[in-house]
Each structure stands twice: as C-alpha cells, then as structure tokens.
Design a protein around this ligand. Structure first.
Ligand code: SAM
Length: 286
C-alpha cells in the first residue's frame, strides 16, 4: 500500500513477517539497542527493540500475565521479588497485583527503555514505577545478581531474546541459573520468557532443560501471541504450577490478587500448561 510504513521483522534467517505501521511515534538509539515506538495498524501502540516486537497494546497482557502469575501463585507467600529486564513496566504491574508482595526490585540495563516507557507506555506500567514497593535499578542484571547479598522469594526474567553477543545472552545460561539459586530463598522459584515454540523450538526446549538441570523442578507454558505472529513460551523453575487445578488457580486468584486479569484464570492456566505431544517429545529428546 502506497504511503504506508512496514516493519519487516525477521523471525528466523529464512522468514520475516510484515506489520503495517500507521505512525512512528518515537525512535532512539541507546548504547545497547535500537528502540522504536510505533502505532501498528492492527495492534495499536507497540515497542520494538532491534527490529523485534517486544509488546503491543493488543496482547501485552497475555504475555505479562502468563510470565508472572503461574510462578507467584505457586509460592506460599511471595514477598520480596526481583525482576530482571521488563523495561515496559508491565511485568512490574502484574507483580504488584499480589497482595503478599512487599518489595519489588527491577533491574533493567537500559535507562532509555525505561524513559521511553515512562513517557509513552503508561497503559503498560499504569503507575507501577511510582509504587512505594518498587525499587528501580539501572544496571546489568547479570552483574546485579553476582553482587547482591539480598535473598528473593521469586525472580522473573523478562529479557530480550538470547541472541548471541546480545546483552541478555548470558542470562539464559546454566552458570547464570546457578547464580540465581544462590539468591533465592528456600522454596522460591523463577520464571523466564523462553522464546517461541513456533520459530525457535530448540531454544525453548533448551531453556526448559537448562532450568530443570539447575532447579530440579521445571514447568513450561505457551500461548498464542498475535503480535509475535506465533506461539510464545515461558519456563518456571523450582515450582510446579501445572500441578494446580483449574479451581485452585481460580481460588488463589480470588484470594491473593488485587486488580483484574484479562488472560489468566483457571481455564487459561489449563490450556497454557497443556503442551502438545511434539513439544513434550522434544523435551525428552534434546
Ligand atoms: N517481551 C520481550 C520480548 O519479547 O523479548 C522482553 C521485553 S523487555 C522490553 C526486555 C528488556 O530486557 C529490555 O528493556 C532490555 O533493556 C532488558 N535487558 C536486556 N539485557 C539485559 C541485562 N543484561 N540486564 C538487565 N536488563 C536487560
């Protein structure tokens, strides 16, 4: 269509998807990455980092709810939480819905993403950066984990994809998960975004198997993300959310969460943790 912009997003070296863009709202290059905020024709406002869609107004709630709630609802009384990455502030928003949470430390490497979010992405963070329980740190999550002496009940990794030589690559390694274990309270757990079962099944499965090796207990979920043009996966370590029934999830949401959820409930939980046969077989094979 003449006069329109397209975002050409490479999913693998062999395929790309095109997203029609109404308007580029802002664009900046930081020391770490290229950041863009656009108005997509189909998905509304969207954040793009290094040419990859990070989240859009249309379905960010699906991603952020599924990353956060299965982990926190599996823990007894999660109080002190660490988020690494999560620049938009939406993971922070979901964590703060838990009544038991007293303190959330969020560490993102890129101040420019945070400033972008504060200025343009209010629908994502909804004031979460100003919550008195929030402590925001600009810094490398890897270094923070190596240096902190604090212990956490839950650690949530909302990082860019593990592309070789990127700032997030080493935060998906076995060595890093061992470091997370050191700062996790007994019976604590972790959650990480785990890329796409559609475009990078091997990476999703590898993250699952690495988390399992370190934390002994691991679970995986997935969902369809229209703005990512495919399935998206999450992995949880040290907890077993899949063992909770539909009714248990609904009851825990009623008792422990203040505020509304748009995707996650007992029914969606069952769907997201029911992995198809070919993925379960890959978990065994790789
Ligand atoms: N939903 C996303 C996706 O699909 O990949 C992830 C969203 S979030 C915007 C990713 C964040 O990770 C960014 O804000 C980026 O600055 C941050 N990040 C990357 N490497 C990091 C590191 N080593 N330590 C802390 N934050 C990091």
């Amino acid at each position: 269509m003449l006069g329109w912009h397209w975002l050409i997003e490479w999913q693998t070296p062999y395929e790309f998807h095109g997203h029609l863009i109404d308007k580029v709202l802002a664009e900046e290059k930081s020391s770490y990455q290229h950041i863009m905020l656009v108005e997509f024709k189909r998905f509304g406002k969207g954040l793009i980092i290094d040419g990859k869609v990070q989240s859009t107004l249309y379905d960010e709630h699906i991603y952020h709810e599924l990353l956060v709630h299965p982990l926190l609802l599996s823990l007894d009384n999660p109080s002190n939480i660490l988020i690494l990455g999560g620049g938009e502030g939406a993971t922070l928003r979901e964590v703060l819905k838990h009544k038991s949470v007293r303190r959330v430390t969020m560490v993102d490497i890129d101040e420019k993403v945070i400033n972008f979010a504060k200025k343009y992405l209010h629908e994502w963070h909804q004031g979460a950066f100003e919550d008195s329980r929030t402590k925001l740190i600009i810094g490398d999550g890897y270094k923070f984990v190596e240096e902190t002496n604090e212990k956490y009940d839950a650690i949530i990794l909302d990082l860019t994809d593990p592309i070789k030589d990127s700032t997030s690559y080493k935060l998906y390694t076995k060595e890093f998960y061992e470091k997370l274990k050191r700062i996790l309270n007994n019976n604590g757990g972790i959650a990480t975004q785990a890329t796409s079962p559609s475009f990078s099944l091997e990476v999703y499965v590898t993250i699952y198997n690495t988390v399992k090796e370190v934390f002994k207990r691991a679970s995986a979920s997935y969902t369809y993300m229209a703005s990512f043009d495919g399935l998206w996966g999450f992995v949880y370590g040290g907890v077993s959310p899949e063992s909770l029934s539909k009714d248990e999830i609904d009851e825990r949401i009623r008792q422990r969460i203040a505020g509304k959820l748009r995707y996650y409930d007992g029914y969606s939980h069952q769907i997201s943790f029911s992995l198809p046969k070919y993925i379960r077989q890959e978990f065994e094979r790789i």
